[in-house]
Design a protein around this ligand. Sequence first.
Ligand code: 8YV
Length: 309
Amino acid sequence: GVLMACPMNTYLEQELEKRFLLFKFWDFPDKALFLDTHRSTIRAVVGNATAGADAELIENLPKLEIVSSFSVGLDKIDLAKCREKGIRVTNTPDVLTEDVADLAIGLILAVLRRLCESDRYVRSGKWKKGDYKLTTKFTGKSVGIIGLGRIGLAIAKRAEAFSCPISYYTRTKKSDVNYTYYPSVIELASNCQILIVACPLTEQTRHIINREVIDALGPKGVLINIGRGPHVDEHELVPALVEGRLGGAGLDVFENEPEVPQVLFGLENVVLTPHVGSGTVETRTVMADLVLGNLEAHFLSKPLLTPVV
Ligand code: 8YV
């Protein structure tokens, strides 16, 4: 049996149903009863950025062999517990890199060139009456990236095409890139106009965007988050945007998504998207095939396609 942790993709769900005895966790409101009944049947969990396999679920599934995540991010999986118990873990790296990087650039352009506000301006008929405000140029702006993994590098490559000087923060300096390195997020934020969060969510990166970083980015600075909501301390971000202490933000992820702070809905210096970085038909299909391929490889005792643990 395979347990799907939450709804994620219809094609994946259908294909899992064809191959396995599929349990959809959300079909069972009484989780304890469900686990009592099916604990010895479930050998795999399919999770994503919303729900994965925490210590409690793992402890409740004694026959669990593999957690296959429909995401590159692994923050919803207790990796230490999986290692300890010999449970394999896979994710979906590489296949979504370009879409996420594309969205990061899209959010920058949407915030600086006020694309969403402009669209509302035309639709509402205000153009006929009006006096449209000028926007802000993207080409040549300095871009700072937190996390220079696959996604960070893909964003850098795109920003280079916009003639942007690139700088970055990672725990250790990269020897194979020519971008400017800053050993702290504060220094990075002080030296760039657009700051992009593109690192994994860990204990060390939770609230990596705090009051100090927001102040360092400043009233002309723009924050882009295509990582995870908890990278940003929203209790600091929201008032900074309201008071104009931060110039703007393009946010694809939120601390308590799908809950989004209501105050943001009234701000024109903010562009909000519903965690859709990898959300194209093309990419989600390849991600689903990767989840299926990993499960198939595991159950045939073949090498996993994208193993993490
Ligand atoms: C997905 C993601 O949104 O890959 C990740 O880490 O956040 C996303 O690609 C999500 O897991 C899809 O359900």
